[in-house]
Each structure stands twice: as structure tokens, then as C-alpha cells.
Design a protein around this ligand. Structure first.
Ligand code: SDX
Length: 425
């Protein structure tokens, strides 16, 4: 691009290069700002700040576009498997059939989790939030797979990646079984990844288990839709933790904790809790709309709004359509879906939401589908974490291969100036 931006400070002119991405977005490269000018920038929440150059995922918030490695999310959600998309995100290209077979087999080889993990799982009290259990068990995996920490070669990194993709599905299923007080199932390596996940989650010892294509297709699509989303809160957490050379499993465990927050991945649980509250209150959403608009009230319309999308979240559109289909295929009538649709219509016609470009996001309808699959509400964000796993891994791997420096933002200090204990007045 070669263009530069200039500004004057203290009677001196400075210029900094402009950098342009392949989709045309432009940034100011301020890598030398402090050393040249003594200035830093201030940007709480990093609303205007790029943390890295990445080739993994592209979002166009104004036009509601989401692409993984250039492939549109709608294309991938309708035509690919979650493991194919995981390979695409992590290694940059769609796998050939040989590459896909090798990747799937390498994952199958790692689908056993050390039996002592079940003791750690069982030591959690009933009612422990599944996201806290998942983050803990992901960290615990390090002790049983110490070779996953110093992955200073691509071969070691690849091995840690397939280990984590394999074992994370087992942990997801076991956390689900723990929430429901059901016995644990083990991996069945004769099954493809998502079918294997479903049998570990839903198979019961007292009845014959039959894989339901409606359920596995819905899970496959939901996992793909959640797989990556450029530099969101949890992904930025994974990158910054990994930048200290903490291992992959430790970095992902940190990402799980960041995703847990109700403003981020925890919103899918909060949406259903909000819709159930509206249902209990007689189904009239307008009272909740007013609360959501009241600055003196902390209540927000969960599942609405987005830092980047100022148009429809493309994932929400796909999930809404899928929810209708799943409920029909499974013969389920869920009044919560009608409340969600009414709430969406009210918000889309309300000046407060229209002026702020607040649309339904990925979390608004996803819980409707998880409910139809009889997944408990407190498990919804765990399902989001499993979906986001390949994106976190891809972003962590990109940061490491690019040898990015340790993340360490600066600050504007506004605390006490120098003083000493003698100066106590
Ligand atoms: C995810 O970043 C990602 O990519 C995340 C994610 C991913 O895939 O990784 O897409 C997943 O986290 C989706 C978001 C899930 N969270 C929720 O649904 C929680 C509800 N949404 C809000 O908390 C909020 O919209 C955020 C957190 C999502 C975005 O917040 P921002 O970008 O910091 O926006 P803001 O808080 O500055 O809001 C701008 C205005 C404010 O009003 P004013 O001060 O201008 O008068 O919009 C208002 C806000 O009060 N607002 C809302 C609202 N969201 C924003 N008002 C009511 N209800 C809401 N949901």
C-alpha cells in the first residue's frame, strides 16, 4: 500500500504507515509510535484496535458477512463436516480425502482420556457450573499429556492439536453426563466425530442407542457456526495467554473461562433464562424491552447486539432457520421459540434497537436447538466452547508460527504521584 498518515505533536510532524487487508480494511501501523513520539493510544475494549494480522476469519459487520479462510459460513454450514472445517481453520485449506482420513484417524487414536480424569470430574459438587468443570478438566489434561506443553516443532504442535480435539469431545460429553447424573460413555472409534460425540452425550446403558441423523446434523451445523469469529474476547484471551509460551491446553482453558461470561458465550444460557422469565411472566416481552432500554437498569436483551455486527449476524439467520426445522423434524412445540420470534420482531421495530443497530446474534436462537436436543441450559456454553475449539487452536497456532511478541498492553496511569510513608498527613 505504501500510503502513510501524518500528524503533528509538539511542533514536530510524524508519519506512520497505513496497512491494508485483502478485504480492503485499513489500519495505522503504530508499532513505533511510543519510541518515536513518546505517545501511546488509549482504547478500552479495543473497539478501534487491531491486535494482529490474521488470515483465518473475515467479518464484515456492516454487511453481515462471515468467512472462514474465504469460505462463506452458509456454504460451510450446509456442505461440510465439523472436522473438515476444523482442518480448514487450523491448516488453511480444505483437506483432500487422504488428508481428512489421516486427520480423523489421528484424532480417533487420541479419544481415550486418562481414567483419573473421571475421579477429578466426580470430585466436583453437584451443581458445579459445567464451564468451570470444563476449564478445570482441560487444564488437568496437561498433567496427563505433558508432551503437549513445549510444542516447539510443527510435528509436536500437530500432535497436541489432535490430542485436544479428540479429548475435548470426551470432556464435553462427560461434563454433560455429570450435569444429568448419568454414567459416563466412552469414545466409539467406529463413528465419525460428531456421531461419536452424540453417542457419548446421549447413550444410556438401559436402552439400545440409535444415532439420530436429525440430532447429529444439527450438532454438526451448530459446531461449524461457532467455530471461529476472529479476535473476540475468548480468542484474544487464547492468543495473549499463548503469547507467553503457555501451552496449548492452558491457553484453551483460559479461553473457556473468558467465553463463560454472560456478555460473551454465556449469553446463550442467559437468553433462554430470559425467555423463560418472559414466559413465566405471561409472555409479554414489552416490559422486558423497556427494562433493556432503561439505563438505570442493568438488564440487557440477551442475544442482542454485537461489537462487530451492525447488521444481522449471519449465524443467527442460519440458526433461526435450523431451529424451525429441528423442532418440526423432532415433532417439538416449544413456546419459547415463539416468544423469541416475537421479541425479535418487537426489537427490530423499536427505535432504541434500530438506532443502535442491535440485531439478534449467534446466541439468540442457538439455545432453542440445544433445548430440543435435551441439553441442559447450563451446558449451552460448553457446546459453544466445543464449537469454538478449532478456531481457538487455529488462532493460537497462527500466533505461534508468526512468532508474535508476548502481549503486554500499556496504560495511562492516573493514580497517586510519588509519596512516602513519612508524608502521611
Ligand atoms: C458473542 O465478539 C464476538 O465475535 C463474540 C461472538 C463470538 O462468536 O465470539 O459473536 C459471541 O459473544 C455474541 C454476543 C453475546 N452477548 C450478548 O448477547 C449479551 C447482550 N449484548 C450486549 O451485552 C452487547 O451488545 C455486547 C456485549 C454484545 C456488545 O457490546 P458493545 O459492543 O460494547 O456495545 P455497547 O455496550 O457499547 O452498546 C452500544 C449501545 C449502548 O447504549 P448507549 O450507551 O449507546 O445508549 O447499545 C446498547 C448499550 O447500552 N446495547 C444494548 C444491548 N447491547 C448494546 N442495550 C440493550 N440490550 C442489549 N443487548
Amino acid at each position: 500500500m505504501g500510503q502513510k498518515i501524518k500528524f503533528n505533536y509538539k511542533d514536530k510532524e510524524y508519519e506512520f504507515p497505513l496497512i491494508q487487508g485483502t478485504e480492503g480494511e485499513v489500519g495505522i501501523d503504530i508499532k513505533t509510535l511510543r519510541s518515536e513520539t513518546g505517545l501511546i493510544t488509549l482504547d478500552p475494549g479495543y473497539k478501534n484496535t487491531g491486535s494482529c494480522i490474521s488470515s483465518i476469519t473475515y467479518l464484515d459487520g456492516e454487511n453481515g458477512i462471515l468467512r472462514y479462510r474465504g469460505y462463506d459460513i452458509d456454504d460451510l454450514a450446509n456442505n461440510s463436516s465439523f472436522i473438515e472445517v476444523s482442518y480448514l481453520l487450523i491448516f488453511g485449506e480444505m483437506p483432500s480425502s487422504n488428508e481428512l482420513n489421516k486427520f480423523e484417524n489421528d484424532i480417533r487414536k487420541e479419544c481415550l482420556v486418562h481414567e483419573d480424569i473421571t475421579s477429578i470430574l466426580k470430585s466436583f459438587p453437584h451443581g458445579a457450573h459445567p464451564m468451570g468443570v470444563l476449564a478445570s478438566l482441560t487444564s488437568a489434561l496437561i498433567s496427563f499429556n505433558p508432551g503437549s506443553v513445549d510444542v516447539n516443532s510443527e510435528e509436536k504442535m500437530y500432535h497436541a492439536i489432535v490430542q485436544l480435539i479428540a479429548k475435548f469431545s470426551v470432556l464435553t460429553a462427560w461434563v454433560h453426563r455429570k450435569v444429568r447424573g448419568l454414567p459416563l460413555n466412552y469414545s466409539d472409534n467406529s463413528l465419525p466425530y460428531v456421531e461419536n460425540l452424540a453417542q457419548m452425550m446421549f447413550k444410556n446403558p438401559n436402552e439400545e442407542y440409535r444415532s439420530n441423523p436429525v440430532i447429529t446434523s444439527a450438532l454438526n451445523k451448530l459446531l461449524i457456526l461457532h467455530a471461529d469469529h476472529e479476535q473476540n474476547c475468548s480468542t484474544s484471551t487464547v492468543r495473549i495467554v499463548g503469547s507467553s509460551e503457555a501451552g496449548l491446553f492452558a491457553s484453551i482453558s483460559a479461553g473457556i473461562s473468558a467465553l463463560w461470561g454472560r456478555l460473551h458465550g454465556g449469553a446463550n444460557q442467559a437468553v433462554i433464562e430470559m425467555l423463560e422469565m418472559i414466559k413465566r411472566d405471561g409472555g409479554d416481552a414489552s416490559k422486558f424491552m423497556e427494562k433493556a432500554k432503561d439505563k438505570n437498569h442493568s438488564f440487557r436483551l440477551m442475544g442482542f447486539g454485537h461489537r462487530v455486527y451492525k447488521n444481522f449476524d449471519p449465524r443467527a439467520k442460519i440458526i433461526k432457520k435450523t431451529a424451525d426445522g429441528i423442532l418440526k423434524d423432532l415433532g417439538i412445540e416449544d413456546p419459547i421459540l415463539d416468544i423469541a420470534k416475537n421479541l425479535e420482531q418487537e426489537a427490530l421495530n423499536d427505535k432504541y434497537f434500530v438506532d443502535r443497530k442491535l440485531y439478534p446474534n449467534v446466541d439468540f436462537y442457538s439455545g432453542i436447538i440445544y433445548r430440543a436436543l435435551e441439553i441442559p441450559t447450563e451446558m449451552f456454553t460448553v457446546m459453544f466452547a466445543l464449537g469454538r475449539l478449532p478456531g481457538w487452536i487455529a488462532q493460537w497456532r497462527e500466533m505461534r508460527l508468526n512468532k508474535e511478541p508476548i502481549g503486554r498492553p500499556r496504560q495511562i496511569y492516573n493514580g497517586s504521584i510519588s509519596r512516602n510513608t513519612k508524608s502521611k498527613g
